[in-house]
Write a protein that binds this ligand. Structure first.
Ligand SMILES: Cc1cc2nc3c(=O)[nH]c(=O)nc-3n(C[C@H](O)[C@H](O)[C@H](O)COP(=O)(O)OP(=O)(O)OC[C@H]3O[C@@H](n4cnc5c(N)ncnc54)[C@H](O)[C@@H]3O)c2cc1C
Ligand code: SF4
Length: 324
């Protein structure tokens, strides 16, 4: 592990100023420190976000606002989140372990890196870690990896459960650049597909800080659900997950949002399922027909073709649960 210095900023301005000089932010450290210990990441200067005023969780009639340093466990247990945005709470409770959730933050969760085993082991080539070195996963161990949005250069899946829940809610990230300017970015535009540059994972500018995540209130959000299918019941990443939010009155679907995790190179919205249901009568057959469309354009690798079937089943079960 490379030695690093730790900077403790006294405010947002000094944090982004330190980032302008090449420092890396550290939230809970549950991902970054593991990667640093394995020499996958070699930061020589870390900027501790702990002292910054970014932990607030605020719910109004119109929206939920999560400070970037709010802990996963605090967000999952917040009464307004549980009542009005249940898919967020459920996705967090299905993530990691209580210990990790007590440390892990909302900003860090969205920027955690892939669990592809080749990426996390410097003994192997990996285009994401060492651009141009190759992708051993394409011919190797790829059972856990993506079937949607992949490229000839990388087939890694995005690991965050929370991000899947947030994209169906039209969440946005609030950002602060190193020059102090701020902007708001739809979460759906935060993560990039691998293409031929899989090492470039987000649309953030160098040193840009996530300060908060905002989520609009909606009737669909109140009737939302997260289903995660994994090899063991806890402490495990998704093989496949499905997030659903639905507003259906008088037997008709007015608003429906569906996304999947574990299958995409980034959190993956499923418009084909949404379009098949929007404005239609809410019947068991309509749900089954819509779920059967999930994952159009999938390109499975040698070991993960089973995810196509699992995705459709998970989407159907999540639709049934959310509309029950
Ligand atoms: C054993 C284990 C099991 C896990 N299982 C799951 C799971 O099932 N589902 C799941 O979703 N996750 C899982 N995780 C991942 C876990 O959720 C993440 O490690 C955690 O959310 C990262 O948050 P953090 O604050 O610790 O991030 P850090 O490790 O501090 O940072 C992660 C990255 O984000 C950057 N960063 C952090 N905060 C900001 C910010 N505000 N602005 C800009 N950049 C920032 C850092 O520079 C770094 O690059 C697991 C982790 C472990 C260790
Ligand atoms: S799938 Fe992506 S992260 Fe995994 S080895 Fe290939 S390039 Fe690296």
């Amino acid at each position: 592990m490379q030695a690093f210095t730790l900077t403790t900023p006294d405010g947002l301005e000094s944090a982004t100023a330190a980032a302008a000089q090449g420092g890396r932010y550290i939230g809970g450290g549950t991902d970054l420190l593991q990667l640093a210990k394995n020499d996958v990441e070699t930061p020589d200067r870390l900027i501790d976000l702990e002292p910054l005023p970014l932990t607030e969780i605020t719910a109004t009639d119109d929206a939920l606002r999560l400070g970037a340093m709010a802990r996963m466990s605090d967000v999952a247990a917040h009464p307004a989140v549980v009542a009005r945005w249940p898919v967020i709470s459920q996705s967090l409770l299905a993530s990691a372990s209580p210990q990790v959730r007590n440390m892990g933050t909302i900003g860090g969760n969205l920027l955690q890196r892939t669990r592809c085993g080749y990426f996390r082991d410097t003994g192997f080539a990996c285009n994401k870690r060492a651009p141009g070195s190759g992708c051993p996963a394409i011919q190797g161990e790829n059972r856990m990896l993506a079937i949607l949005g992949t490229s000839d250069h990388c087939i890694a899946s995005h690991p965050s459960d929370l991000a899947v829940a947030l994209i169906i809610l039209d969440a946005s990230v609030e950002l602060r650049a190193t020059d102090g300017t701020t902007r708001t970015l739809p979460l759906s535009d935060l993560h990039r597909l691998p293409g031929d540059t899989p090492h470039v994972e987000t649309t953030l500018a160098p040193g840009e800080l996530i300060t908060a995540v905002s989520v609009p209130a909606s009737r669909a959000a109140m009737r939302s659900h997260y289903l995660k299918v994994r090899d063991r019941a806890s402490f495990e990443f998704a093989l496949v997950s499905a997030a659903v939010a639905v507003d259906a009155g008088a037997g008709t679907v007015h608003d429906i949002r569906v996304a999947a995790g574990g299958v995409g190179a980034k959190p993956w919205r499923l418009p084909e399922v949404e379009e098949a249901l929007r404005g239609r009568p809410l019947t068991p057959k309509a749900l089954a027909d819509a779920a059967a469309l999930a994952g159009q354009g999938a390109k499975p690798a040698s070991q993960n073709g089973f995810k196509q079937v699992l995705l459709r089943r998970a989407v159907l079960r999540a639709l049934q649960t959310a509309t029950a």
